[in-house]
Design a protein around this ligand. Structure first.
Ligand code: ADQ
Length: 469
């Protein structure tokens, strides 16, 4: 069995896990280590005065956590700058928000090179290397230039946009060239795979044989591997007998009111202010429902140093204040809004208690909250998932009420219909969704990707000793 080397922007070493709730990605990557021994390499999350060339290492169980610090300049240019102010908006079709700067792009390339230099010393010839997400697209190219011939896979967690959209970003052709240095590229949906393959064909003049793209001496396989959640864990956490009572006490004045829930990082891709406005519209159109529902929006702050996120936070607070001020009544607040991070043991019963989950991103690679919500439902009395057609999850969860988040009237009507939905219809819809969520859970995802990566040994093996051209 080869060793597994995972590389991601952030590493969730065990010592940090107690301090911050492990999000979906941390859980997913830990699932990969269930079957492999290995090493997890990436940014510690810390900023140091000087550029680190040597990482620090923490051993725990069968995994070695290898952590690099960044300088303040690295974090600004690589992380906040190119990754989150240029790549993230472009990949989410928000070209107008994308702010490209050559300095940031140079910082992005520099940090990838620094990571590759540190990592190359730690990788053995037979290791499988699995790189995660848009922060690290150039990493395989950097590793190849240092002479590494290992199988290197990449999983892209966010949407891969249409070639016309990606093409608006300066440097995007270089990123496509860098993609060719991975043996396997995994994306969330067939739509993403199709977009990436078209870009490689059009921009690099690649040739295609089934899923494999060839450009010069390099070949890469592009395939969809929809990420899943730890379904069994969510089911068990949600069904704990005391959980429901604790949650009812947690939410102010919930009583017999029906709970509508939204759980998202505070990110403009998640459509939080638009969702609040759709809920406002629902309350205006259905005055008899006022006082009978409570919408709880959990939205932990993220990337607050990026100006667009500051603006979003302000807009969300203004929208919230306006709606609660104009529609609230003594003893009833239409929207409860919290920005804390919650442990999964609390999130799971919250999902179960909610009659409706509003998962209405403007664009999302997959959206794990949609799957967590399905996993947490009571099979005898499940709630209704209202899901954006622009979330990758909509490709699989066809039993959801699928909406276009740009249409507030449609979302308002979906909320009304979900509240009125018959027990029979709720059960039928949920049964179709839980089947997918159970069969395609996070362990399936990790195993499927790694199996396909190993299979590339035979498909697209690079000639021994061949570096990057
Ligand atoms: P995210 O954009 O972070 O992920 P999502 O898939 O919904 O979005 O995952 C968020 C995770 O954070 C979920 O596991 C959720 O439970 C957790 N979370 C959210 N709010 C929380 C809170 N207040 N407290 C505790 N936990 C909270 C990116 C892509 C997605 C893709 C994932 C995984 O943008 O499209 O689905 O990676 O590939």
């Amino acid at each position: 069995m080869p060793r597994l080397v995972i590389v991601s922007n952030r590493v969730w070493a065990p010592e940090a896990a107690g301090k911050e709730s492990a999000g979906g990605l941390a859980v997913a990557l830990r699932a990969a280590f269930k079957a492999y021994e290995g090493l997890w390499f990436g940014w510690s999350g810390k900023v140091a005065a000087h550029a680190a060339t040597q990482p620090t290492t923490v051993e725990a169980g069968n995994v070695q956590y290898v952590l690099m610090d960044l300088t303040a300049l690295d974090r600004q240019e690589y992380y906040y700058g190119f990754a989150n102010r240029a790549l993230w908006p472009t990949m989410h079709y928000r070209v107008g928000l994308s702010d490209f700067s050559r300095t940031d792009y140079a910082g992005y390339l520099r940090v990838n090179r620094t990571f590759a230099n540190a990592l190359a010393n730690l990788v053995c010839t037979s290791d499988l290397v699995w790189v995660h997400d848009y922060h690290l697209i150039p990493l395989a190219a950097e590793l190849r230039s240092l002479g590494l011939n290992n199988l290197i896979g990449y999983f892209h967690h966010i949407p891969w946009p249409a070639p016309e959209v990606l093409g608006t970003l300066p440097g995007s052709t270089d990123l496509l060239r860098a993609i060719m240095d991975f043996n396997l590229v995994g994306v969330q949906t067939e739509r993403d795979a199709d977009n990436l393959r078209r870009a490689l064909l059009q921009e690099l003049g690649a040739a295609q044989t089934r899923d494999v793209l060839h450009a010069g001496i390099r070949s890469t396989c592009v395939k969809a591997f929809p990420i899943g959640v730890d379904t069994r864990d969510f089911q068990e956490l949600a069904a704990r007998p005391r959980a429901n009572r604790i949650i009812r006490q947690t939410i102010t004045g919930l009583g017999s009111r029906k709970l509508i829930i939204g759980v998202d990082r505070l990110d403009y891709s998640k459509g939080i202010p638009q969702r609040m406005e759709a809920y406002e519209r629902f309350l205006i159109e259905n005055p008899n429902q006022r006082g009978h529902v409570t919408y709880l929006q959990i939205a932990p702050t993220s990337r607050s140093e990026v100006p667009e996120y500051e603006t979003l936070s302000r807009v969300a607070n203004e929208t919230l204040g306006r709606i609660n001020g104009s529609l609230g009544e003594p003893g009833w607040v239409p929207i409860q809004y919290v920005t804390s991070t919650y442990p999964r043991s609390l999130l799971a019963p919250l999902y179960r208690l909610a009659r409706i989950a509003l998962v209405t991103p403007m664009r999302d690679g997959m959206n794990l909250v949609a799957k967590e919500y399905v996993a947490a439902q009571d099979p005898l009395d499940p709630g209704v998932l209202v899901l954006s057609k622009f979330a990758g999850a909509a490709q699989q969860l066809t039993g959801a009420v699928i909406i276009n988040p740009n249409d507030k009237v449609e979302v308002a009507e979906a909320i009304r219909d979900a509240l009125q939905m018959s027990h029979q219809e709720r059960v039928t819809r949920w049964q179709s969704m839980i089947e997918v969520v159970r069969d395609r859970d996070v362990s399936w995802w990790a195993a499927a990707f790694l199996k396909a990566l190993v299979a590339q040994q035979h498909e697209v093996a690079m000639p021994a000793g061949e570096g990057r051209d």
